[in-house]
Design a protein around this ligand. Structure first.
Ligand SMILES: CC(C)(COP(=O)(O)OP(=O)(O)OC[C@H]1O[C@@H](n2cnc3c(N)ncnc32)[C@H](O)[C@@H]1OP(=O)(O)O)[C@@H](O)C(=O)NCCC(=O)NCCS
Length: 198
């Protein structure tokens, strides 16, 4: 019988380590290709193009980031969550706050610091089993330990909507905070900017 929930005793959630790089890259490459599947979700980059550049970025984030997690089964990464402290995110994307068209009723009042959840992907063979939720649980528990209560994250809705990501945001209780347009390979990508208070 197929498991509908992950067997927590077999899956370990921990911070990413340099040895996870290849596994993380392979997961990203599976869902980050030229063909985007709106129902199962996708990463916007095509990881088969300039793989070394993408690996370099992951490597850097694993080394410097405090909020980069992996789900591991039998020592093999099966999912990852790459999130950033506000300082990390402001150095990655310095004008992010100015680039977002904030909803008129969204206020920054009371938000001193936040986590920006940048990228998440689950091995397609493990999707729909609650693993992304486990990664989020780990991140949120680390956030609360240092008194951080706000998460921002974005979901692509055009040229192709990421329905899996939209479903995940809804389930996690994110609310819409704004919209961001981004130039990407001679196209305009539209991202919904979501906020969650924990
Ligand atoms: C989006 C993604 C990370 C979800 O991972 P997951 O481990 O399957 O997510 P979970 O099992 O924890 O699901 C939690 C909730 O998300 C929603 N969800 C997950 N996959 C979904 C899908 N394909 N379509 C719609 N909603 C989905 C559901 O509401 C689900 O709750 P439920 O199981 O009670 O219905 C995964 O599908 C993925 O890696 N997709 C490709 C990459 C991607 O889109 N990344 C962007 C992530 S924000």
């Amino acid at each position: 019988m197929e498991l509908t929930q992950p067997d927590a005793s077999k899956i370990l959630i921990r911070k990413a380590k340099p040895k996870d790089l290849e596994g993380i890259f392979q997961i990203a490459k599976e869902v980050g290709s030229a063909r985007k599947n709106m129902n199962t979700g996708f990463l916007i980059d095509d990881y088969s193009v300039s793989p070394d550049k993408h690996k370099g970025k992951f490597k850097e984030k694993i080394a410097s980031g405090n909020y980069f997690y992996v789900a591991v089964e039998k020592k093999k990464p099966i999912a990852f969550l790459m999130a950033n402290s506000v300082e990390e995110w402001e150095s990655t994307c310095p004008n992010w706050r100015q680039m977002v068209r904030w909803r008129p009723d969204f206020y920054w009042t009371g938000i001193k610091t936040f986590i920006y959840s940048e990228k998440m992907a689950v091995d397609i063979n493990y999707a729909g089993k609650g693993i992304a939720s486990l990664l989020y649980d780990s991140m949120m528990s680390d956030m609360l330990a240092v008194n951080i209560h706000d998460i921002f994250s974005e979901t692509v809705i055009s040229p192709i909507p990421n329905m899996a990501s939209l479903g995940f945001r809804r389930k996690q209780g994110f609310t819409l905070a704004g919209v961001r347009y981004e130039e990407f390979q001679n196209n305009i990508v539209t991202n919904l900017v979501f906020h969650k208070k924990i």
